[in-house]
Design a protein around this ligand. Structure first.
Ligand SMILES: [Mg+2]
Length: 219
């Protein structure tokens, strides 16, 4: 399916692709509304309604990825709250085997994430995957989210990958569309992003559900 020998660079998203998105869903849809309700003396339902409206307004923008922005917006220390539940950060099945396989084949591996560097730090400390990457790049340091083509132009300059020899895997279709428009040749949609929600489907992208299948192909 994916001709590994033609690939020199592998770009990987973090949340939902390598890590179980349940952590993020639980945080934004449950824990934060709970704290917000307590703080403002409103019901959980009302808090969720207010927050969902705020999330919607900043989706796909740099604000969305900036947890310091959210700390100010809701007047709650978001990094500290994330730190409290870091035990919920989980790596998806076969991710480490996949990363080891890429290393063995001498691919250059880059982590490409919309996550804020403070969150990246919490997650890489909690998991063992950080050591596999040649570099990690956040949309926050680039100044654009991955949904915008400017992100890719700047990321390419920074990381030096060749589009024709690059594989990119992400669980967000809007991001994959931008990457394809930018010209990245091999694109895979990670359909199993959270252990608690249904798998995604796609007709426009090749789908990978579990990294185990990519390891099988490489044999
Ligand atoms: Mg993701």
């Amino acid at each position: 399916m994916i001709p590994l020998h033609e690939i020199k660079y592998v770009l990987l998203d973090m949340d939902g692709t390598l890590l179980d998105k349940y952590f993020d869903d639980y945080f934004w849809e449950h824990l934060l509304p709970e704290k917000y309700a307590e703080k403002n003396n409103i019901t959980f339902g009302k808090a969720k309604e207010v927050l969902l409206k705020k999330y919607k307004a900043h989706e796909g923008t740099l604000n969305w990825t900036d947890i310091d922005f959210w700390s100010r917006e809701v007047d709650i220390d978001i990094p500290a709250l994330k730190e409290q539940i870091k035990h919920l950060v989980e790596v998806h099945p076969h991710v480490e085997d996949f990363l080891q396989m890429l290393r063995r084949h001498r691919k250059q591996i880059f982590l490409v994430t919309n996550a804020h560097y403070k969150v990246l730090d919490i997650k890489l400390k909690k998991t063992e995957i950080g050591k596999y990457f040649d570099a990690a790049i956040t949309s926050f340091e680039i100044g654009y989210p991955k949904e915008m083509v400017e992100f890719w132009e700047k990321a390419q300059k920074r990381l030096g990958f060749e589009k024709e020899k690059t594989l990119f895997i992400d669980d967000t279709k809007a991001v994959l569309r931008t990457a394809r428009k930018f010209g990245i040749r091999y694109i895979l949609y990670k359909s199993y992003s959270s252990s608690r929600t249904e798998k995604g489907k796609s007709k426009e992208f090749m789908v990978v559900e579990d990294f185990g299948s990519l390891i099988e192909e490489a044999r």
